[in-house]
Design a protein around this ligand. Structure first.
Ligand SMILES: Nc1ncnc2c1ncn2[C@@H]1O[C@H](COP(=O)(O)OP(=O)(O)OP(=O)(O)O)[C@@H](O)[C@H]1O
Ligand SMILES: [Mg+2]
Length: 287
């Protein structure tokens, strides 16, 4: 038995999160060897984010236990922004007793601010975003080869930027620390250098169409519906205030990012159908 490994705290698709060593650290441990490379990538990306002064948990080191690779991070005591988001909706079954009240605009404002901070940076030796998005679109389920080609043509007409992007900006990846209400961005596995609009579009799509919230028992996402649109509007208002990126710049990325999301294994069929609808609606403009 490993004496540093404590209680399991949480679990994602690729890893489990355990207490580590003392109350100050956690370990994010890959579920299997097949995620080893992804762990190394996340560790390197997290170091880039930490060293550039972003609000992220400190990454300490990589460790291998039971043939599984893990990253030791600073432990953050708090709730995810998803917990706060659900707390505002009518999903009261999910409400955590200790959650601080937030205004309905706080969740999108916090997201916009923390993403903007990342996007202000550039970094070296990071993966290229465009290449990864092209691969995902090529692998998208439910789109025909000619639809994919058209989406790729649209994507390739957008000039490439060189800014630090998170790559998985969903509400479970932002933690709000109890002691000072500070927001921290976690889970840098898919970070890259590229266009911030890709992160923004991805966030908007997950809020608009997300049906795969692991915090909500299967299929009961209706309670979120009343706050989806206002959350998106507040997010765009805040981000465009903080940067010179416009609504139109972000909108141009909705179709490519909706198509790229169709390659993700964890997306439920209902959500896939909505994403295909969004892509086809926007493609009509080009036919
Ligand atoms: N440094 C940390 N301190 C405290 N809790 C953490 C920390 N890092 C992660 N967690 C908890 O574990 C959860 C999953 O973390 P993370 O997103 O890094 O894992 P993942 O396997 O990539 O998950 P997913 O597949 O859902 O994105 C977080 O939502 C959070 O609740
Ligand atoms: Mg995550």
């Amino acid at each position: 038995m490993n004496t540093k490994l404590g209680k399991k705290i949480n679990e994602g698709v690729s890893a489990e999160i355990f207490e580590w060593e003392n109350n100050e650290k956690i370990i994010k441990l890959a579920k299997s060897r097949s995620y080893s490379q992804a762990m190394v990538t996340e560790y390197l990306n997290s170091q880039v984010a930490w060293e550039s002064g972003l609000s992220v948990p400190q990454p300490f080191k990589m460790v291998e236990i039971y043939n599984r690779l893990g990253i030791v991070f600073e432990r953050i005591y708090g709730n995810t922004l998803m917990d706060h988001f659900l707390n505002q909706s009518l999903c009261s079954f999910n409400t955590k007793g200790n959650i601080r009240g937030m205004n309905y605009k706080d969740v999108p404002r916090i997201t916009a601010k923390i993403l903007r901070e990342a996007h202000r940076r550039s970094a070296e030796n990071m993966p290229f975003q465009r290449r990864a998005i092209i691969c995902s679109i090529e692998e998208a389920k439910h789109l025909t080869p000619s639809e994919k080609k058209l989406v790729l043509d649209v994507l390739n007409s957008i000039p490439i930027k060189q800014q630090l992007c998170h790559g998985d900006p969903n509400l479970n990846n932002i933690l709000i620390r109890d002691r000072d209400n500070k927001a921290l961005l976690i889970d840098w596995m898919y970070a890259s250098i590229g266009n911030p609009e890709a992160d923004l579009a991805e966030y908007i799509i997950t809020v608009k169409y997300g049906k795969s919230f692991k915090n909500i028992p299967g299929g009961i996402t209706d309670c979120i519906n009343p706050i989806r649109e206002e959350t998106i509007k507040a997010f765009i208002d805040e981000y465009t205030k903080l940067s010179d990126i416009t609504y139109e710049d972000i909108d141009a990325w909705i179709m490519p990012m909706a198509a790229s999301r169709l390659s993700a294994g964890i997306i439920k069929y209902d959500e896939q159908r909505l994403l295909v609808g969004e892509v086809r609606k926007r493609l009509r403009k080009y036919n």
